[in-house]
Design a protein around this ligand. Sequence first.
Ligand SMILES: NC(=O)c1ccc[n+]([C@@H]2O[C@H](COP(=O)([O-])OP(=O)(O)OC[C@H]3O[C@@H](n4cnc5c(N)ncnc54)[C@H](O)[C@@H]3O)[C@@H](O)[C@H]2O)c1
Length: 343
Amino acid sequence: MKRRAVIVGCGQMAAGWVKSLTRTGLSDRVDICALVDPNLDMARALQSKFALDDAVLSPDLATVLTNQKPDLVLDIAVPAARLDIIRVALQAGCDVLTEKPMAVSIADARTINALAAETGRTHAVTQNRRFKDGVRRVRATIESGVIGEITALHADFFIGAHFGGFRDVMENVLLLDMAIHTFDAARYMSGEEPKAVYCLETNPKASWYAHGAAATAIFEFTNGVQFSYRGSWCAEGSDTNWDAAWRIIGTKGTILWDGLDGYDIHVVDGDEGFSRPLRSVPICEPTDASQTEDHTSVIREFLDALDQNRAPETAGTDNIKSLAMVFGAIESSAKKQRVMINP
Ligand SMILES: NC(=O)c1ccc[n+]([C@@H]2O[C@H](COP(=O)([O-])OP(=O)(O)OC[C@H]3O[C@@H](n4cnc5c(N)ncnc54)[C@H](O)[C@@H]3O)[C@@H](O)[C@H]2O)c1
């Protein structure tokens, strides 16, 4: 079945989505029938970049929903606009795939999940960084049991990123706009869920952001697993990868992953000596290459879920657990206290 889709928000990320949507494999499943942006110049530029000549351009989603009667709304707008866009789209009977973060508050995220349930429509979030080769391979390696039972994950994320635009003025910019990916990856790779967090969020000296460009957080996960995160978007020099640099410790060994294609896995191979003898083991191969194509995989998984009448992997009802880690961390830092995580 070919679905008619409206793109809402025609900025930088929308170009990435359209590149995916116009690829073989997705172009025969989705027709882009309209481009919506309050700044019509953005819609025009997107239309001309990808020769979307048949798409209607509009600053107003409600009008487009009435006139075009699309099946899907693809929300790639700024986070502050998210709840209003999703509400109008779900109430018009559309299924909705939205960019991350799912919402700008847990209350908004709960409202979105309630709206999806009430309207009977599907809503999912583009948590694309879990659809990466490395994340899938680390998860498969953990699941194989080779490092035993997992006890801790540690992630470092340091990038001196000069975006300009909405991020420069956004509150809690690192936690809400970026750490959500790393937190979601920790949940996904470990298979454990967050219970509590202690966090210190700062805006370091010389930060070019208005608020919250750095954070250090310790999460308690289920089954006694600990997840620690150290991150900054205003650390100049020696960037890590965007998928962070990881140390994952199990009862029998450790996985080091640099966030790209560098893996170093050692497991105990003997029971004597101050340092036990170790043996190197390979990372698992990815099980399904179609799940490692970033945005393309998220969109394909969303469409497959609609076709199969099941919840997508990144449905709002699951993604709210990653978002709750973000808001738990923000609350902890504000209160200078450990807080429980309640999605
Ligand atoms: N998943 C990822 O890897 C990834 C990467 C970058 C950005 N993003 C996310 O994508 C979203 C957009 O980011 P961007 O970098 O494209 O930002 P951007 O500023 O380049 O574009 C945002 C667009 O939204 C439009 N907009 C504002 N209010 C709107 C409204 N009410 N209705 C419709 N459009 C509206 C703006 O005019 C602008 O054209 C953000 O949520 C961001 O976090 C995700």
